[in-house]
Design a protein around this ligand. Sequence first.
Ligand SMILES: CC(=O)[C@@H](O)[C@H](O)COP(=O)(O)O
Length: 256
Amino acid sequence: MTDANPADPLVIGDHKLSSRLIIGTGGAANLEVLERALVASGTELTTVAMRRADLGAGSGVLDLVRRLGITVLPNTAGCRTAAEAVLTAELAREALETDLVKLEVHADDRTLLPDPTETVDAAAQLVEAGFTVLAYTNDDPVTALRLEEAGCAAVMPLGSPIGTGLGIRNPHNIELIVSRAGVPVILDAGIGTASDAAQAMELGCSAVLLSTAVTRAQDPERMASAMSAAVTAGRLAREAGRIPKRFWAQASSPPR
Ligand SMILES: CC(=O)[C@@H](O)[C@H](O)COP(=O)(O)O
């Protein structure tokens, strides 16, 4: 049982997905573990780092993702400048025959935080070159808006820095981004456990991208199932409409 719901697709540019859970491949102990986790997650879109992947014959992760019938989302992790990211995206398009790219330009290795100016610059160049750009960004509403104005098909604010598992540090900013976005907002990075993924969806995100919480869990397959259920639960709760928060108590049954 996964979160996939063909009646409620996630639309990114010309691409339609039934599942709202996107999985990163970094950090898995081995390909067998990764395969079980990917299957359990029900993901239809999986990101692979182009600067780290071997694009030649026998490239394990890429072969696995393709064999499972999952769409590959190449990413530009490891790039520090717009020029590097554009070049990496072009190589990925050539090698994988896809217009999709997850744009990541990291400012430094310690925080792995996105560099906003280089990211916006690269996004504009990639959109101009015909890519469908999903842009990893800080949880800053202004940068998210600039990326949308540049033509990105989705904006991907972080919950917290990559691999920290600290969850969503600034839920209000995520709500602000969602409230003004005309493209899907995908919470990307920092998810630690299932409740974080549910929270992202409750805040109005269209999807969640996560890697470490699954690949480095004690039981990646089981955690992948939990994440899938959490995305479903969070989406349902968002659509159901939560009760307003109150300062004072209110009896749940009316007094006689
Ligand atoms: C931006 C980036 O690289 C993320 O997609 C990362 O792969 C996932 O972050 P977590 O490992 O924290 O889930």
